[in-house]
Design a protein around this ligand. Structure first.
Ligand code: PEP
Length: 257
């Protein structure tokens, strides 16, 4: 059993996959396998079309449900967007903010990440803020600068007294969906840097209590080595979270780290 300083969080990012019927199939298989693990919080990040179905399906066990994005405003003329009030009304508890696919394809910027983070905290949603460098940035030796900038802008103007629920996900863009993972050493180094940046922007106490997840081609066979080093507090899992057996295995393997 893990003796980790912070409770692990293992999140599934289903991206733009699954219909409601497929989501229900997943939960029916997944809940008996991993729904009652005590060593980790488990969160399913689903498309807005799936949220009511998934919230209902996990109602009597500790699995939580997240949106994959949200607008920062409560309401308005923003066609196609989802507001924090809408998520709260559906009993969604968590929200991904600034996933690299949002940054790459939908003009998400550090500034909108900051607005969304403030809004999520104000509405009592647990924010999972994603940061990470591109391959060219890593190869140019810019990883530390990129991560510091992403974290410092995301946390600009955040009241430390309200930031306790904050979760950060370190997702090197070159490792997402590529089958190429960061080595545990690379991930641990990035996590230490992110933790130091949280200490600067918020407080050393918050830096010590904030969970920092690793994301990027986490699979059942690398989960134990990648998601639970001293400074790594769980995983954000894309492709391998679509299958309930594979995701349950990741949750189980994270306990052996
Ligand atoms: C992700 O979607 O956040 C992710 C890490 O994807 P994958 O596990 O497929 O690399």
């Amino acid at each position: 059993m893990s003796t980790h300083a912070r409770k692990l969080l293992i999140a599934a990012n289903w991206k733009m996959y699954k219909t409601p019927v497929e989501a229900l199939d997943f939960t029916r298989t997944f809940i008996p396998l991993a729904g009652h693990h005590a060593h980790a919080e488990v969160v399913l990040c689903a498309s807005p079309t799936l949220l009511p179905t998934v919230v209902d399906a996990v109602r009597n066990n500790p699995i939580r449900v997240a949106a994959q994005d949200m607008h920062w405003l409560d309401q308005g003329a923003y066609t196609g967007e989802t507001s924090p009030l809408m998520l709260k009304a559906l009993e969604v508890t968590h929200v991904l903010i600034g996933h690299s696919e949002r940054r790459q394809y939908f003009n998400e910027t550090d500034t909108t990440v900051n607005l969304k983070l403030k809004s999520a905290l104000a509405h009592g949603l647990v924010p999972i803020v994603c940061v990470g460098e591109h391959l060219a940035q890593r190869e140019a030796g810019q990883t530390a600068d990129v991560l510091k900038l992403q974290v410092s802008i995301a946390l600009e103007g955040i009241d430390p007294a309200a930031a306790q629920p904050l979760v950060i996900a370190y997702e090197p863009v070159w490792a997402i969906g590529t089958g190429r993972t960061a080595t545990p050493e690379i991930a641990d180094e990035a996590h230490q840097l992110i933790r130091a940046e949280i200490a600067k922007a918020l407080s050393p106490e918050l830096a010590a209590s904030t969970r920092i997840l690793y994301g990027g081609s986490v699979k059942p066979d690398n989960a134990a080595s990648l998601c639970c080093l001293d400074d790594i507090d769980g995983a954000l899992v894309g492709g391998a979270s679509l299958d309930p057996n594979s995701f349950a295995q990741i949750v189980a393997n994270s306990a052996t780290a």
